[in-house]
Design a protein around this ligand. Sequence first.
Ligand code: BG6
Ligand code: MG
Length: 220
Amino acid sequence: MMQAVLFDLDGVITDTAKYHFQAWKRLASTLGISIDERFNERLKGVSRMDSLKRILEYGGLSNHHFTSIQLEQMAEQKNNDYKQLIQGITPKELLPGISELLTALRSKGIKIALASASKNGPFILERLKIDTFFDSVVDPAKLQKGKPDPEIFLTAAAQLGIDPKECAGIEDSVAGIESILAAGMFAVGVGVPENIGAHFRVASTTELTIDALFSHFKHR
Ligand code: BG6
Ligand code: MG
């Protein structure tokens, strides 16, 4: 039986993926690096510092050219821009169907957790006015490894006290689906490619109904 649903945030609950992209694009351009939406797919689900390193590598700049203080400053500059972009988020920016899904899960007694790499996660849940639905939120600052490692989803399950086999994870990124699969959970992909092994794929969050999750859920 599905006993818990573990949500990614950016690109699943709300479309903040576009704000991350805008902020990274601006930071990259100050370094003479141009990034496009295609490259941005490789940043989804990836921590702030690892995203910066991927951008530098993409632009042909080794991150060894920079001191750790310079790297921290660049990551902070991106985050300051990003925070400005998310300052005004309201519940209207919940992706379609998410509010209904959270309400239905809650009414059926299914546990709900956030498994996002974003350190801005708690702020965004509050702005969207859905923080009270969450039984648990993983603190990404305490993790050893980011997605695609399973640690974040396994930590969410452990915090809830639920066996990973009874958990479904919902993700929009390739790294995130890999993380859910490696955790031995049921993987639900939103707009993800066909060939990465998600157990249930939807094109849009409107298809994420509790009935669809229950009927597709299989034990791993
Ligand atoms: C993930 C996003 O959810 O969080 C990534 O998909 C982002 O794009 C990562 O880099 C870290 O977010 P933050 O808010 O801590 O910089
Ligand atoms: Mg995401």
